[in-house]
Design a protein around this ligand. Structure first.
Ligand SMILES: [Zn+2]
Length: 436
């Protein structure tokens, strides 16, 4: 890009620093807690006003009938589009508007948007209202500097990412908003760090496993059959065979942190027999052999695995117990499933954002993948759009924690990278060429 235009874009961004701070604070001050899914309409209307001012055509879309959608907590989304002067590719920035529960341990108001020492504090500051604000300001600076761009720019604010995205990106993808005919490049400004390009995420498979027994008097357990002991055998076989097998499996995905570069499984919960005593209860338990024990598992899997292979590996172990262990019987029920998604690092959007990081920050971009999933899965599976990355300011480690914050300098740098990516994707080669 010629030097003068480069300078004009940088100046347009710097002139917006205070505005970026104010926008981030405004977004934090709308408490969009999920659950239950509060104030989605308010934040969508706020974004709608802002985006219209920039010449975007906007739509407010309620995801009727999706999980949690009801008149008290409607699942609203906003999608906006601004056409360029000539045909070309469409670049879409999509951010979720919801934030997770506040939790204990805060020393500042979680919805105050406090600015202190170059950081803005609040629930959602880094995950991901800071990223949303950075993308809006990047687009505004780009539009001011290059009003004659080709193609189109879209910005969306979507519901429910923190609870799976079914009332948000999944719903919009089903309605065609992420079809490759409409959108060619997607950036999700999740807090993956300003010098990293996130190519995708692992898959997840959640299931409940139940073992069965036979109720009897606790003084004569041999007259019954203890479901908790059967579950003990399940846990043993997981320890002896499943966990070592998963740990030995390594992925080519650049997942960070390092420990997540293998298959992993968490056991979320275990319960067998009588309900736990309520706190404060002085009643004593009665004496019974439990006839049921349940666990919930959270299995995260690699792009080299499939849902079927993940499920079969566990089924094989449980069927082995059924053969070898007297009276063993079990049931397994899938609770949820999401696919892994991995964009090629040579995909146009991955290369473009990496090059923009290099030109803005003077360092080589790191390609990473996320241990947990985010909205890319829906864009990939439902939208059939493969040209998608996550890129945005903030540290993933701060997400969902007390005193969550986002750094103003980090937002400014990320906004510069986003604006530079728009230059590469939406301006003709004469402006964009290696002339500087
Ligand atoms: Zn997020």
């Amino acid at each position: 890009m010629p030097q003068t235009q480069h300078a004009a874009l940088t100046e347009a961004l710097h002139a917006r620093r205070d505005d970026l701070i104010a926008l981030t604070q405004d977004l934090i001050r709308i408490p969009t807690l999920n659950p239950p899914g509060e104030n989605y309409r308010d934040i969508c209307e706020y974004l709608d006003r802002r985006l219209r001012r920039m010449g975007f055509e906007t739509q407010l879309i309620r995801a009727y009938g999706t999980p949690g959608d009801c008149d008290a907590y409607p699942r609203w989304n906003v999608v906006s589009r601004r056409e360029g002067k000539r045909p070309g590719d469409c670049v879409h920035f999509t951010s979720h508007i919801d934030v997770v529960d506040v939790g204990a341990g805060w020393t500042v108001d979680p919805f105050g948007g406090l600015l202190r020492d170059g950081k803005i504090y609040g629930r959602g500051a880094c995950d991901m209202k800071g990223g949303l604000a950075a993308s809006i300001v990047a687009v505004e600076a780009f539009l001011e500097t290059f009003p004659d761009f080709a193609g189109a720019i879209e910005i969306s604010g979507t519901a429910d990412e923190e609870s799976g995205g079914y009332g948000g990106v999944a719903y919009l993808a089903e309605k065609g908003f992420f079809s490759p005919e409409r959108v060619q490049h997607v950036i999700i400004p999740e807090p993956l760090q300003k010098d990293r390009v996130c190519l995708g995420h692992r898959g997840g498979w959640w299931a409940e496993i139940e073992t069965f027994g036979e109720i009897a008097h606790g003084s004569m357990p041999f007259l019954g059959d203890c479901a908790v002991r059967h579950m003990g055998a399940v846990l043993d076989v997981f320890e002896d065979r499943l966990f070592p097998a998963m740990a030995a499996r390594r992925t080519d995905m650049p997942v960070v942190p390092e420990g997540a570069r293998s298959s992993t499984m968490n056991i979320n919960s275990i319960h067998g027999g009588q309900p736990e005593q309520q706190p404060g209860s002085t009643a004593l338990p009665s004496h019974c052999v439990p006839d049921s024990c349940r666990i919930v598992i959270d299995r995260r899997y690699l792009v080299e695995e499939t849902r079927d292979s993940v499920q079969a590996e566990i089924t094989d172990l449980l069927d082995g117990l059924k053969r070898d262990r007297p009276n063993f019987d079990y049931a397994m029920k899938e609770l949820n499933h999401v696919i892994p998604s991995m964009t090629d690092r040579d995909a146009p959007i991955a290369r473009t954002v990496a090059a923009a990081i290099e030109s803005v920050m003077g360092k080589t971009a790191e390609f990473v993948a996320s241990p947990g999933s985010y909205d890319q899965k829906h864009i990939d599976r439902i939208g059939k759009l493969k040209n998608c990355v996550a890129y945005g300011p903030g540290l993933l480690e701060l997400a969902h924690k007390p005193d969550e914050y986002v750094g103003v300098d980090d937002m400014m740098d990320s906004a510069a990278v986003m604006a530079q990516s728009l230059v590469s994707l939406l301006l003709p080669a004469t402006i964009n060429g290696e002339t500087n």
